[in-house]
Design a protein around this ligand. Structure first.
Ligand code: IPM
Ligand code: MG
Length: 358
């Protein structure tokens, strides 16, 4: 990063977003790094003030920053707004405008939390997989889409699933490169038995795979992948898949780990610039109560240091501190088991700060 300060755009958003982002910022501040933070409104919080979920100033700040720390967006009070005004559009807009096509969603089972999983402990103990989701294409962004009246006079809804070759090639390369750094196994998930888009996806992934002879490439239909994730998740190392299948499978994978409150994510462009967010969302039901788990956001900050800011040692310090607080028995309600030390958002953040110092 040279000598200039690293600039982080902080976008807390809605629901529990502000509470958890506050703790992650505190963690980033005690590392002794030259980081400047600038905050902006996003999602419903931005809509309330400006009438737009992604105001131009927020987008400009995100574009100018070295990395973005994102909390969460959305809430019931915004669900009936017209689609362009809904908080989710901020997330989709940031992904598209910043070209954040590679979404890394690791699912790791911490030994202390293996019993909190809804799946049998022996199935998930030691799990460490990475779901790599394509994030700027597919049926999420394909045109045309809409609700119309068809030739028979019936109303119908329609969307377009679409992937271009360059879009598939770049995410496939990301998948193979990630696999090279891990267990050298890549499973590409599609629905090639039914969908043209998926058949093309599979052909392109196979072609890219020729450049990575050391990686063992396999292919799986998405319905089978959904089943295999529950039956035997440890068979996977890296899963690469399209935008919609990745959305669904990553939520499923999160449940293997015991708490969605523990999982960070990174969304990267071709140069490694990225946006970092917990995968859990805004949790309006517990917002403002000080009970949300800040660890997914704190771990997202660690991913930021590693992938965008070139600060591997600092990332490892944070990850070690999180492991330490879990070993010490600190638990927010979402991961609480009897006998543990039940704490709130701020106390959990303070425990991580103490672990970093100690
Ligand atoms: C996610 C979320 C988003 C998505 C929503 C909020 C638009 O579910 O990040 O997984 O579907 O991508
Ligand atoms: Mg999702």
């Amino acid at each position: 990063m040279g000598t200039h300060a690293m600039k982080i755009a902080v976008l807390p958003g809605d629901g529990i977003g502000p509470e958890i982002v506050t703790e992650a910022v505190k963690v980033l501040q005690v590392l002794g790094l030259d980081i400047e933070f600038e905050q902006a409104l996003v999602g419903g919080a931005a809509y309330d003030v400006t009438g737009e979920p992604l105001p131009a100033v927020t987008l400009e700040l995100a574009k100018a920053a070295d990395a973005i720390l994102f909390g969460a967006v959305g809430g019931p009070k915004y669900d009936s707004l017209p689609r362009p005004k809904r908080p989710e559009q901020a997330l989709l807009g940031l992904r598209k405008e910043l070209n954040l096509f590679a979404n890394l969603r690791p699912a790791i089972v911490y030994p202390e939390l293996a019993e909190a999983s809804s799946v049998k402990t022996e199935i998930v103990a030691g799990l460490d997989i990475l779901i790599l989701r394509e994030l700027t294409g597919d049926i999420y962004f394909g045109q045309p889409r809409g609700i119309r009246t068809n030739e028979s006079g019936d109303r119908e809804g329609f969307d377009t699933m679409r992937y271009s070759e360059p879009e598939i090639r770049r995410i496939a390369h990301s998948g193979f490169r990630a696999a090279m750094k891990r267990g050298r196994k890549l499973c590409s998930v599609d629905k090639a038995n039914v969908l043209e888009t998926s058949q093309f996806w599979r052909d392109v992934v196979i072609a890219v795979g020729k450049e990575y002879p050391e990686v063992e490439l396999s292919h799986m239909y998405v319905d089978n992948a959904a089943m295999q994730l529950i039956r035997n998740p440890k068979q996977f190392d890296v899963i690469v898949t399209g935008n919609m299948f990745g959305d669904i499978l990553s939520d499923e994978a999160s449940m293997l780990t015991g708490s969605i409150g523990m999982l960070p994510s990174a969304s990267l462009d071709a140069s490694g610039k990225g946006m970092y967010e917990p995968i859990h969302g805004s949790a309006p039901d517990i917002a403002g109560q000080g009970v949300a788990n800040p660890l997914a956001t704190i771990l997202s900050a660690a991913m930021m240091l590693r992938y965008s800011l070139n600060q591997d040692a600092a990332a490892e310090r944070i990850e070690a501190a999180v492991k330490k607080v879990l070993a010490q028995g600190f638990r927010t309600p979402d991961i609480y088991q009897s006998g543990a030390r039940k704490v709130g958002t701020q106390e959990m953040g303070e425990a991580v700060l103490a672990a970093l110092k100690g």
